[in-house]
Design a protein. Structure first.
Length: 330
C-alpha cells in the first residue's frame, strides 16, 4: 500500500485513469476514452497497482475483470472526481451544455416493455439534437445490476417500469399505460363477451411473460397478482420481449402488458387487444438516475430529451388507438 509520501504525489488525473480502467475493463478502451495511448495507460495501471497493493484488473477469458478491491474503489474515485469538479469549477452546475457541439457518450439502460417505437424515436431525436454525441443502449436483464451501474457511473440513465422504484435514486415519471391482454385472433378470449371473460378464465389460460429483471423478483404483473392472493399459469418465459406478439399470434398464449406496446402489433399480426378482467393499477414508466449525474448539465439535458420523446409518443398523436375490430368483444 502507498505511504504518506506516495499519497502526496497522486495527481487527479491518476484517479480519473483508475475510474476509467475499472468502468471500461480494458486498457485499450480506457486509452481511447482518456485520449491517451495504451502504453501510457499500462504504465499508469502499473503505478496504481503499486499504490493500492492490488492487481485491480485481472484476466478473465478473452477480457479483463475488476477485482473486488477495484469495485470498492470505484465509488470513492467517482465521488472524488465529482467533488474536484465542484471545487475547481464552482459554477459547474450552471454551466450550459451545447448539444449541437457535444461529443459526449451517453449510456442508457432500458427495457423494451414500454413501446417498440420508443428507443428508435429517442435515437433519431438525439441524432437531430446532438449529431456529434454517441449513445450506448444496454438492455435491462437479470444479470444487469442497474443500481450498482448507476452508482458507479457506468450508466447515466435507466428507463423501465417498477411498482416501487428504488428509494435511493432520483426518478422522473415518463408515462402511464393501461394494462391489457394481447391474444391471437383464434383465442377464445377474442370471442367472449366482457361478462364471460372473467378473472377465473384469465387465470386458467396459458400465459407468456418476460424473464424477470432480477433474481427472485416476479415482475410487476405477478407481484400485483400475488398481492391479490392469486397466480396465473405462465408456460413460457422469455427475455425476447419484442418477439412475444409473434408467439401470441401463433398460439393460445396470453400476454399481459401495456396497451401502448400491444397497439403497435394489431395491424401487422393476427392479434387482438382485450380488456384484462383483473383490475391492475396503471403501468408506470420512469427514468432513474443517481446523485453522481444529478447536477450535470449534459445529463439534465438528456433527461429532458427522454421526457420529450415519451410525451410525444404517449400524448401527441403518435399513440394510435387500435381499430375497433382489434378490441374483440371484451
Amino acid at each position: 500500500m502507498a505511504q504518506r509520501g506516495d499519497f502526496d504525489k497522486i495527481e487527479l488525473h491518476l484517479i480519473r485513469v483508475l475510474q476509467t480502467l475499472i468502468t471500461e475493463r480494458s486498457v485499450s478502451r480506457a486509452a481511447v476514452r482518456l485520449n491517451s495511448t495504451q502504453p501510457a495507460v499500462s504504465a499508469q495501471l502499473k503505478r496504481l497497482r503499486a499504490l493500492t497493493g492490488d492487481p485491480l484488473l485481472v484476466r478473465a477469458g478473452n477480457g479483463m475483470t475488476p477485482t473486488e478491491t477495484a469495485l470498492q474503489l470505484l465509488d470513492p474515485a467517482s465521488r472524488l472526481l465529482q467533488d474536484a469538479d465542484r471545487l475547481f469549477s464552482p459554477h459547474s452546475r450552471q454551466r450550459s451544455f451545447e448539444p449541437a457541439h457535444s461529443a459526449l457518450t451517453f449510456r442508457i439502460a432500458a427495457s423494451d416493455y414500454l413501446d417498440p417505437l420508443f428507443l428508435p424515436e429517442l435515437v433519431a431525436h438525439l441524432q437531430r439534437q446532438a449529431p456529434g454525441a454517441r449513445l450506448e443502449l444496454m438492455p435491462l436483464s437479470g444479470a444487469f445490476d442497474y443500481r450498482r451501474s448507476l452508482a458507479q457511473g457506468a450508466v447515466d440513465l435507466v428507463i423501465g417500469n417498477w411498482l416501487e422504484p428504488p428509494g435511493e435514486l432520483h426518478l422522473g415519471r415518463l408515462m402511464s399505460d393501461e394494462i391489457v391482454c394481447l391474444v391471437g385472433e383464434d383465442h377464445p378470449a377474442a370471442r367472449l363477451s366482457a361478462r364471460a371473460w372473467t378473472a377465473e378464465r384469465y387465470l386458467e389460460c396459458q400465459h407468456v411473460a418476460p424473464t424477470p429483471l432480477h433474481a427472485n423478483a416476479p415482475g410487476v404483473i405477478d407481484e400485483h397478482l400475488a398481492s391479490l392472493g392469486v397466480r396465473r399459469d405462465i408456460v413460457v418465459r422469455t427475455a425476447h420481449f419484442s418477439l412475444i406478439p409473434l408467439m401470441v399470434a401463433q398460439s393460445l398464449l396470453v400476454l399481459t402488458t401495456g396497451r401502448l406496446f400491444c397497439s403497435r402489433y394489431v395491424d401487422s399480426l393476427p392479434v387482438r387487444i382485450v380488456r384484462c378482467p383483473v383490475a391492475f393499477p396503471p403501468l408506470t414508466y420512469y427514468q432513474l438516475w443517481h446523485d453522481l449525474t444529478h447536477a450535470s448539465a449534459a445529463n439534465r439535458w438528456l433527461r429532458e430529451q427522454v421526457r420529450e420523446v415519451a410525451r410525444n409518443l404517449s400524448g401527441h398523436g403518435m399513440l394510435r388507438r387500435p381499430r375497433a375490430r382489434t378490441e374483440g368483444k371484451a
